[in-house]
Design a protein. Structure first.
Length: 237
């Protein structure tokens, strides 16, 4: 495939702007999150259409627990409801759902629903949807370092043998390639504790559109933007 036609193998999205969308439309914040489900569906279909193999969505950060309880509860309810409403289409589209983050902090009910979604979609071969849940990059790195230290103590690893690949293998994302392209909607230009290790060579794109307004056309435009980028990975052409 020519440089110009290349498709990112892994896209990661920071779905930002739900709250501002709700405010703009005179709605409650939770309605902004509910409206954020449609662009998730659209993006999944677009990934399957373009042949993107991995899509990571920053769905609930470790910091998000600090939001008002009512908002946190409504997001949890949305997760459970979407397992029921979305699983049939995910299966039909060949989407396999996986999670990164520390899910032990979620209620038993939420953990049950999430596990059910992973189990029911386990055979999807077209696209892997990776939901970052109770995820933050620093927390992921902290957990990885703790496990590395534990394995070193047990003699499974020697400190001299620890290289970049070792660290990657202890992260939640060990099974997946690094993201090629990170999109953050709503015009904010920062990573906010998302995939800091994995984003080393990712291209980034910050469209102004609020997440609930992100359409299939916006997704196609993002692919065009990616195709115009010149990726050198620290090398010369
Ligand atoms: C950020 O917008 C969005 C979130 C913290 C929640 C993301 C959740 C969804 C889009 C629902 C999708 C659900 C599934 C099951 C994938 P914000 O609230 O920070 O927006 P603001 O910056 O405008 O306040």
């Amino acid at each position: 495939m020519s440089e110009h036609n290349r498709i990112p193998q892994h896209i990661a999205i920071i779905m930002d702007g739900n709250g501002r969308w709700a405010e703009k439309h005179g709605k409650e914040r939770y309605e902004g999150h509910a409206a954020g489900l449609e662009p998730v569906r659209t993006s999944l279909r677009s990934c399957v259409k373009w042949g993107v193999k991995y899509l990571t969505l920053y769905t609930f950060s470790t910091e998000n627990w600090g939001r008002p309880q009512k908002e946190v509860d409504s997001i949890m309810e949305l997760f459970c409801q979407s397992v029921i409403s979305e699983t049939p289409e995910l299966k039909q589209q060949g989407v396999r759902v996986r999670m990164i983050g520390d899910r032990s902090r979620f209620s038993q009910k939420v953990q049950h629903y999430l596990a059910q979604m992973e189990e029911e979609t386990a055979h999807g071969e077209n696209l892997t949807l990776i939901m970052a849940l109770n995820y933050s990059s620093r927390d992921e790195i902290r957990r990885a370092v703790s496990r590395i230290a534990d394995d070193a103590r047990k003699g499974i690893l020697t400190p001299e043998a620890i290289d970049e690949q070792t660290i990657s293998q202890y992260l939640d994302t060990a099974e997946y390639p690094d993201p090629d392209f990170i999109i953050r909607t709503s015009g904010e230009c920062r990573l906010s504790n998302f995939l800091l290790w994995q984003a080393s060579y990712a291209e980034m794109y910050f469209p102004e559109v609020l997440w609930p307004d992100f359409t299939a056309e916006d997704f196609d435009r993002a692919i065009e933007v990616y195709q115009q980028r010149d990726r050198r990975f620290g090398l010369v052409k």
